[in-house]
Write a protein that binds this ligand. Sequence first.
Ligand code: HPA
Length: 244
Amino acid sequence: MVDIAIIGGSGFDQMGGLEFSHSESIITPYGEPSAPLNYGTINGREIVFLPRHGPAHSIAPHRINYRANIHALKHIGVKKIIAVAAVGGITPQMHPGALVIPDQIVDYTWARKHTFFEDESDPVVHIDFTWPYCELLRRQLIDTAVRINQPLISQATYAATQGPRLESGAEIIRLERDGCDLVGMTGMPEAALARELELCYASCCVVANWAAGKGEGEISMEQIEAVLSGAMEKLRPLLAALLQ
Ligand code: HPA
């Protein structure tokens, strides 16, 4: 049984290094996941890969069916999820190109299907979210980075914004005041849904750009894509070493 999944984000819609075996289309009680699940091996270890934005990067952050994605992974027996995500850097250490394993979240998203316990007929469930990420998996990522000499920032607070637009300069100042280091659009409700289904979930963020007002001039998609393609190349060896 495949017990580890990688959810790919922007710039990581394909899992390079995956020896592909087969894909499986699943329909969950919450609808269809972003893509068929791709099974294969990395360094001999079986994994399943799911591109969050769809195989052709066509699903915007607010339209992703987070519940179907997490439910599908739970359904096939996954226990651990490594969620790759592109983010903007707010605080000075979070420079473009950096790899970051966040340990906290502030959720600014709205109107997303954010719980499996929504209906009147569902039990009232309040998950503990004091530490929103699985510390065991965070440690494994951090220790692997040390082992392969890959610089990585091991603590940060992730701000989840609604998107799809980028933030205003004033919004980023507010997020910084709130204690946030990074900003992205997909970290929530994904992390909370994983916790609701008792999955071990950690995120590996790649800083694509300085957040609004923190760098020079406007943020361009070309800039973001250029940084991401370089930075994702650091991520592949990290994931391969972790899976060994
Ligand atoms: N803001 C929100 N999400 C992002 C950013 C950003 O600056 N960069 C990459 N994802």
